[in-house]
Ligand binder design. Structure first.
Ligand code: GTP
Ligand code: MG
Length: 196
């Protein structure tokens, strides 16, 4: 698979520290604990890829991974991270806004939501931003293994219904980093966005 040789590139605390804005990249966003790092690792078939960039107690803002030349995945900060103060969180919000509004190479945004807790405030904020920016969005309803397949399907249908008036390109799927459910579908989409 094309994502299997992905390597950690760099972490940026500030928007201006991001690598050159060239080529194409796909960013992973979602509330803290939604399963972003786990999804990245599973998609790239590497157990510790996303963890290597984590400094305990001082998580960086944006983590960049090289998929191929000028093709990147980006782990965005989770909202609601409990271990940092309000001031740090505000700073992150500012940098995240900067990233989302300025990044030319951003080809699409993957929004991860725990299938048991979809469509919280942060998710709506990103969905609204995506609509305004005309940014393609793809929702992964993660940890689908935590529900029965029927219950997970029902949630997928309900979230799809709730988002049916979303004006921009938007797709949704179930995903589990544990069971591998939805891997193919996510791979295909990321491959398209990155033009791999
Ligand atoms: P932050 O970096 O804090 O924003 O969190 P994150 O979104 O990167 O979440 P992370 O991948 O660290 O996962 C959070 C917890 O959920 C961990 O304990 C994972 O093991 C667990 N988890 C993630 N994905 C899955 C999944 O598909 N199934 C199950 N059962 N657990 C999962
Ligand atoms: Mg993480």
């Amino acid at each position: 698979r094309q994502l299997h040789s992905t390597q950690f590139l760099t972490s940026a605390q500030l928007y201006k520290q991001c690598p050159p804005d060239e080529g194409r990249e796909v960013a992973f966003a979602g509330r803290s604990n939604a399963g972003k790092s786990s999804a990245l690792n599973r998609l790239c078939s590497q157990k510790t890829l996303a963890r290597t960039s984590k400094t305990p107690g001082r998580t960086q803002l944006l983590n960049f991974f090289d998929v191929a030349e000028d093709r990147r995945l980006v782990d965005l900060p989770g909202y609601g991270y409990a271990k940092v103060g309000a001031q740090t969180r505000q700073q992150w919000q500012k940098e995240l806004d900067g990233y989302l509004s300025q990044r030319q190479s951003l080809a699409g945004l993957i929004l991860l939501m725990d299938v048991r807790h979809p469509l919280k405030d942060f998710d709506h904020m990103l969905l609204d931003w995506g609509a305004k920016a005309e940014m393609p969005l793809h929702v992964l309803l993660t940890k689908a293994d935590k529900l029965s397949y029927g219950a997970a399907k029902t949630t997928l249908m309900n979230v799809r219904k709730a988002l049916k008036d979303h004006p921009g390109p938007l797709s949704l799927q179930l995903f589990s980093s544990t069971s591998g459910l939805g891997l193919e579908e996510a791979w295909d989409l990321i491959g398209q966005w990155l033009e791999l």
